[in-house]
Write a protein that binds this ligand. Sequence first.
Ligand SMILES: Cc1ncc(C[n+]2csc(CCOP(=O)(O)OP(=O)(O)O)c2C)c(N)n1
Ligand SMILES: [Mg+2]
Length: 299
Amino acid sequence: MTAVDHRSHDHVELDTLARRARWHIVNTVATSKAGHIGGPLSAADLLTALYFRQLRIDPTNPSNPDRDRFILSKGHCAIGLYSVLALRGYFPEEELATFDHGDSRLQGHPDMLLTPGVDASTGSLGQGLSAGAGMALAAKRLEKDFHTWVMVGDGEIEEGMIWETVISAPRFRLDNLTLIIDLNGLQQYGWPRGEGDRFDRSEPMGHVDLEAVFRGFGWQTLSIDGHDWEEILTAYATANERRGVAGTPTVIIANTAKGHGISFTRGTYKWHNGIATTEELELAHSELIAELLLEGNDR
Ligand SMILES: Cc1ncc(C[n+]2csc(CCOP(=O)(O)OP(=O)(O)O)c2C)c(N)n1
Ligand SMILES: [Mg+2]
């Protein structure tokens, strides 16, 4: 008996795209022998929904001054962004094979001067939200209607510069600015505390009530499951509807799992970065793509 698929057509399409993005991530990093895995995988659903359902963008005109902006502040997750940009049509998917090569447009961290669709150069953690607030403020001053979206990691928000903008953005009434926190529970190293560790490196924000903190600074907060299409799309729509009317910025706290989508990378800090072996690649392919091929849904 064939199992009944209760997912909506829209969610099946997003699911297919996100699987292909995840395959590009793990396969490209293995091909280039460099790059990050866990953070791009935790963000893959959020990025797919953003680029395929939310952002007002045109891949054939990436510098349109009226386009929505997106800043991947956690720039080490560049391969996640590039995979989705390629699927969305900013450049050929085949170009991903040049990732991190010296002469490639796809550097290990995003370079806005090289890559079509990249709105800010990032990699030094903590800076993207300030740049995004600048863009949102410019939109207000120029009376432009675009929305600026910024994604940060949960380790990244330990950076003090993030909080300078958290404090100031409501003062500037930046309701055209949305921050997405990829709350995947891990940063570069893991938990629990191991022998010889000098610090507890458990969940970077595990002890903080982020909703209360952001609300205290005057932000609208939305807390979601960052791997649930309905919750992601609803949060994006809510944030977008606040633009121009609410007077305060929005933060989407997306509960995710680092390495989500592939069994052996999920929930382990060891896959913050790493090169999959041939056997691991085969397993990842069978988990992500083989099922799609069976369903005839690979395109
Ligand atoms: C200012 C700065 N300090 C340190 C690093 C090195 N670094 C790269 S990724 C990373 C961990 C980031 O963790 P998190 O923000 O949680 O990202 P994710 O879990 O999504 O990979 C660190 C410390 C950096 N890129 N920039
Ligand atoms: Mg993290």
